[in-house]
Design a binder for this molecule. Structure first.
Ligand code: UGA
Length: 432
């Protein structure tokens, strides 16, 4: 059992803290957002993540997990400190690391015994080095410490499962002691551990996310060829994915990726590569293809409805992907803005993200069911592939719509089955 402090109670911090407590460690999660900590103490989660509330509740009950706004005390009482604060994008696309610096300074000023400071946030290469320098500069007296990089690979919506069953655990260290502590912390998890230097660990994270984003843009580019030739991208992805070297995952064509990870990590990786003197133009193209997919969906709506002025559009799904309420960099934001700019009115349904959507979308009417959204609308646009949409009674939907038109940005349905119901069904890269 180790005493651990996790700084930052966003997705990564909160899930990491709760999971480390579940592994048997004593964990205190710290955040300077007083309200958030008060809510967490009442077991009110700041975000929707399946299973997280139960995990938090159980571990608080067992006294292995607690919440605090007092970083100083938490640092003193912990041997290992995970930094999991946000690294938002700046206007130029580079990562804003000022929160990491502030936390590093505070850790340095609070520590009085050996500490292992582990970076969990996604950061550009060389951040570990800067954290080390910052801590050394701000130490009140000479105290031994180690800095490590331990990137997270959890996906929103399956964050807990991903943490307990990762494909690998990446540990970037400079000392044997740091390696030993981190290996011990993760010992109950059955996964290969790769030990590297700190810079390589940092690059593993950026390069992995960028590669996955590249896979998505690649399949989207191929889907555009499918569309022009009448081929079927679903079959193409299936056939490609059977090659073990390629794999089927992250080959789902559609309106592309959003969320707080891929868009910002791609930009940040591009930016840091450039800073190092290398023009990583491939990443730029990945971003461009991603942007164009959203425009393509709007074009499909225009092709189906002609003028959008005065038209009512029912949008199904707003979150950047299913099983999350996260709206950050969600494709729905750009798509809805474009539809509105062209004069359309939007009625939207999403099972989880309405509260957050209200903070970022303007002039949208929210409904309690997909059927309510569809009633009297000129068409349906599917943006997020929530499982519950598969259960929709399409016959009923078709009757509720003014015109039975569905534009599916996530290829959720079988085109032939839709046609059989008399629905004009347009999806991505399937040649209809
Ligand atoms: C991503 C990575 O998958 C995680 O490994 C990583 O830890 C995380 O970023 C992070 O850096 O924190 P996440 O953004 O939660 O996780 O979600 P993904 O499931 O990767 O989906 C990202 C976006 O890609 C979504 O908008 C999704 O709709 C889109 N996507 C995904 C596709 O368009 N096609 C696909 O085939 C797969």
């Amino acid at each position: 059992m180790r005493t651990i402090c996790v700084v930052g109670t966003g997705y990564v911090g909160l899930v990491t803290g709760a999971c480390l407590a579940e592994l048997g460690h004593r964990v205190v999660c710290v955040d300077n957002d007083v309200r958030k900590i008060q809510q967490l103490k009442k077991n009110i989660m700041p975000l929707y993540e399946p299973g997280l509330d139960v995990l938090v509740k159980n571990n608080v009950k067992r006294r292995r997990l607690s919440f605090s706004v007092n970083l100083k005390t938490a640092v003193k009482e912990s041997e290992v400190i995970f930094i999991a604060v946000v690294t938002p994008p700046r206007d130029d696309g580079s990562a804003d690391l000022s929160f990491i610096e502030t936390v590093a300074c505070e850790i340095a000023r609070s520590m009085d015994t050996y500490k292992l400071i582990v970076d969990k946030s996604t950061v550009p290469v060389e951040t570990g080095e800067n954290v080390e320098v910052t801590i050394r500069r701000n130490l009140v007296k000479k105290i031994p410490f180690d800095v490590a990089s331990n990137p997270e690979f959890l996906r929103e919506g399956s964050a807990i499962k991903d943490t307990f069953h990762p494909d690998r655990i990446v540990i970037g260290v400079k000392s044997k002691k740091a390696e030993q502590i981190l290996k011990e912390i993760y010992a109950p998890i059955k996964a290969p551990v790769i030990v590297t230097d700190i810079k390589s660990a940092e690059i593993i994270k950026h390069a992995s996310n960028s590669f996955l984003a590249m896979k998505i843009s690649y399949i989207n580019a191929v889907s555009n060829i499918c569309e022009r030739t009448g081929a079927d991208i679903e079959k193409v992805a299936e056939g490609m994915g059977m090659d073990k070297r390629i794999g089927r995952s992250f080959l789902n064509a559609g309106i592309g990726f959003g969320g707080f990870c891929f868009p910002k990590d791609l930009e940040a990786f591009y930016w840091i590569s450039r800073k190092m003197g290398y023009e990583f133009n491939l990443l730029k193209e990945v971003m461009e293809i991603n942007k164009s997919q959203r425009i393509l969906l709007v074009k499909k709506v225009e092709d189906a409805l002609w003028n959008l002025k005065g038209k009512n559009i029912a949008v199904l799904g707003l979150a950047f992907k299913p099983d999350t309420d996260d709206m950050r960099f969600a494709p729905s934001i750009d798509i809805i803005a474009d539809l509105q700019k062209a004069g359309a009115s939007i009625r939207a349904y999403d099972p989880q993200s309405v509260k957050r959507a209200k903070l970022v979308l303007k002039d949208v009417t929210y409904t309690k069911s997909p059927y309510e959204a569809a009633k009297g609308a000129d068409c349906i646009v599917i943006i997020t592939e929530w499982d519950e949409f598969k259960e929709i009674d399409m016959r009923r939907m078709a009757k509720l719509l003014k015109h039975p038109i569905i534009i599916d940005g996530r290829n959720m349905f079988d085109p032939a089955a839709m046609r059989a119901l008399g629905i004009v069904y347009k999806s991505m890269g399937r040649g209809e």
